[in-house]
Design a protein around this ligand. Structure first.
Ligand code: AKG
Ligand code: FE2
Length: 310
């Protein structure tokens, strides 16, 4: 199948307004000169041991040839202190993800802003022979009800998450560049994405791919014989999409492991379907028990092709 290679806007990082306009119109764009080669090389080196230690996935979420480095912020000081806190990233998450509301506290009206947080940061290393992921919206984890905005145009505030992906190496159609359907952030939840509508977001080193959580996209197939496709992903969500009380810091593992299963579950030590709340690709309880696994599988098996989900 031929995959189209253009139609995604490429905009220099100095033109913030044009980047915002492109995201409003297409739900995505490529930011040029986002970072520099030395920074990317440092991040690549910092994640390499973790990519090598990762295990093949047994499920539909990732092809078995893909390796990941989860907890990118904890493991790569350069990703954390350079890419993650980049002022342009913050300006874009402030524009699209921060949430401000007002209400009365007694007789005075107060306005509060919840700032975006990094929901997950992870390196995706797609190995030779990997098949493409299925087209999906990353915000499925946040259960967003998308309404049709194709006629009205995009309303800022419709998305609760957005992603930034910085390539470790140039990405190409052949090595598995991210596939995306520009404009699909405007679709309602009933419209199915089709592969022929997708375009490959080919990235040069120092570029950054940015997309809203409602944009249909997928990691591409790697049809090369020996090239790996490495991309460092940072995903930001609304700051309030979490529990009010942070019990994870307040209770020791051995205490939590002694709780009843129902209490563990209601306190958030399970996962929210489909893929939210894992740690090191395990459930929090598996992690606390120190379980060692030779492979990881889908968190919600109903996602497997042909099962449950449409
Ligand atoms: O690897 C990529 O290009 C995208 C990965 C992705 O979309 C995902 O795992 O949700
Ligand atoms: Fe995704």
């Amino acid at each position: 199948m031929a995959i189209k290679v253009s139609q995604i806007q490429r905009i220099d990082r100095s033109d913030k307004e044009a980047i915002i306009e492109a995201i409003i119109r297409d739900g995505c764009c490529i930011i040029q000169n986002f970072t520099d080669i030395a920074t990317v090389q440092k991040v690549n080196a910092e994640v390499q041991p973790y990519l090598e230690a990762d295990k093949p996935w047994k499920g539909d979420l990732f092809p078995p040839e893909t390796r990941r480095c989860s907890n990118l912020a904890g493991r790569s000081p350069t990703a954390r202190e350079s890419l993650l806190i980049d002022p342009l990233v913050r300006a874009l998450t402030a524009t699209f993800i921060d949430k401000t509301t007002s209400n009365f506290y007694g007789s005075t009206k107060h306005t509060y802003t919840s700032e975006a947080v990094c929901s997950i940061a992870m390196t995706f290393d797609i190995g030779p022979g990997a098949q493409a992921q299925r087209l999906h919206r990353d915000d499925k984890n946040f259960h967003v009800d998308h309404t049709d905005q194709t006629a009205t145009g995009y309303r800022i505030g419709s998305d609760v998450m957005m992603a930034f992906m910085v390539p470790g190496l140039a990405t190409t159609v052949a090595n598995g560049a991210t596939l995306a359907i520009p404009g699909s952030h405007l679709w309602n939840s009933d419209r199915a994405p089709r592969l022929h509508e997708a375009i490959a977001a080919e990235l040069d080193v120092t570029d950054c791919w940015v997309m809203l959580g409602g944009l249909y996209h997928a990691g591409g197939a790697n049809v090369t014989a020996a090239d790996r496709r490495v991309v460092h992903g940072m995903f930001f969500s609304r700051g309030y999409l979490r529990q009010e009380e942070n019990v994870y810091l307040a209770n020791a593992p051995e205490e939590v492991l002694a709780w009843s299963p129902a209490a563990q579950k209601v306190m958030g030590y399970g996962l929210s379907s489909p893929n939210l709340g894992f740690v090191g690709f395990q459930t929090p309880l598996q992690y606390l028990r120190g379980e060692v696994s030779e492979s990881f599988g889908d968190f919600d098996p109903s996602q497997e092709e042909g099962k449950g989900m449409k």
